[in-house]
Design a binder for this molecule. Sequence first.
Ligand code: AMP
Length: 560
Amino acid sequence: MGVYGIDLGTTNSAIARIDANGRPEVLIGMNGAPTVPSVVLFASAQDHVVGEGARRQARLDPEHVCTLVKRRMGDAEWRFAAHGQQWSAPAVSALILGSLAGDAEFGGGEPVERVVITVPAYFGDEERRATIQAGMYAGFDVAGVLSEPIAAALAYGFGRLDGSIDTGEIAARETVLVYDLGGGTFDATVIELADRRISVLAVEGDHQLGGADWDERIALHLSQRFCADHPDAEDPLDDSVGSQLVVLAAEQAKRDLTTAASTEVVVAHDGVRSVITLTRAELELLTSSLLRRTVDLTKAVIAAAGQRGVRHVDRLLLVGGSSRMPMVAEQLLKEFGLIGELHDPDLSVARGAALYGEKLEMERLVAADLVTRGRLSAGAELADADPRELEASLVRVAESFGQPVGLVRRMIEIQVDTVVSRGFGVLALDPFNGLAASWLVHRNQTLPIRVRRSYGTVRADQDQIELTIVEQQGQAASTRPEDSKVLVEGSIRDIPPGYPAGSEVRVSFEMGFDGVLHVTAYHVDADMPLTLSVQTGATLSQSDVARELDQLQRTRRRPA
Ligand code: AMP
């Protein structure tokens, strides 16, 4: 039973797995397309529609159609209300995941159990947790969350590493810039591909920037033109059905302008219609500031990689459906002198996720094999195994799964190193500045991270310690509390008297490859641990989770 890779996208999603030859393959769903629109229609309190059917229905029933839910991930207060029910972002996402699983079974036969789900590199702790929650809601065992640019690089690099193994050559080191402009998020990442090692050196991004913003700008322009033609008619953007229609027309016009220099858009509203000619040059002018922002972020990521010793970028990979717009490659060529390569921008992320899932699965099987034979202690790393034992185990695992040994070996050998996308720290009392953020984890630091820092109590006989764990918000780490986002608050209470001021409180942050943070703290002399109390508004409460699970069980998927 393999691990499926899922690209849970802002506008489109896809699911992939490894085929019998060890190649990643995207599964074609019931609608015959490799990607499924990440759109959910709540048709009634008991059933829902996901994908193209929901997207089409958006015109007729916009109030019950949820789009761009990925932008809400990590916002625990947000709910989509339909038919008297409330749906959180992980719950809506779970419906999309469930639909992908149905499609995969339709296309591949095997039920989906273990998955790797991709997230934008720029996702912080809460967004990653929300993604894991969505997987759990869908009934999956989430083997890992993987950053999208790493997945894209893996899909690209795997082919390359594959070639190097077949010919026996050692691949040269290559620095790759991944420019990923999707429907709702933008990520720029600098990755180094060395012989069997994929290392993320720097990430930048904005998860409120994507193709949907291009659509909005165009929609605004179309409605202005429509209103100029028909001064007495209602502005289509003032009406929910009207605005959905204009946004859909805008998106189609944008796609048309990827291949054509000019297109005609029909806007019909309030009993009148306009036929509006839109040229590619106009589109580029209307959206130039959006493109500029992606270029600025790309410059910033190159500068951050420069600080880690990168002098030159060898290759530019274009990922995400929106990087198909000619303005993207043109501008990047102008700014950076790099010719962008588009390799299946919509599917490479799902493929890379499947590769990563297969890697995790192979590692798990080889480790289990070695542990069963007493050649590795439980919980130890594969790197600790005796190389001959490891090789023998690879052969056994490959044989039992009918896979080439070279493939299993390659999967296990590929190392993926990544960095954290934001800083994490605590709010601590600083003798000069009052309450200030103290950063334990810094942006672009290599994962996994394990850090420890000690703080002192403020007064003698202090009976309580409050700890506020924060995440960096802006690009630069600032000590001002208002520049950070509170993730969790915790406290150590009822500390007995007798400890002086300055008693040691030791705080440890651990962050694994998935970018999810685990915090522990304790009062060293009193040997008392911190209890984390989940901050209201930061994560879903247990009662919310129970209610949503029940709600999810009761809704049925209606074929699109
Ligand atoms: P993704 O989230 O990667 O699936 O990207 C979806 C985004 O890509 C949406 O905003 C689409 O409008 C946009 N897109 C897809 N195809 C094209 C195209 N041919 N030209 C321009 N934008 C496109």
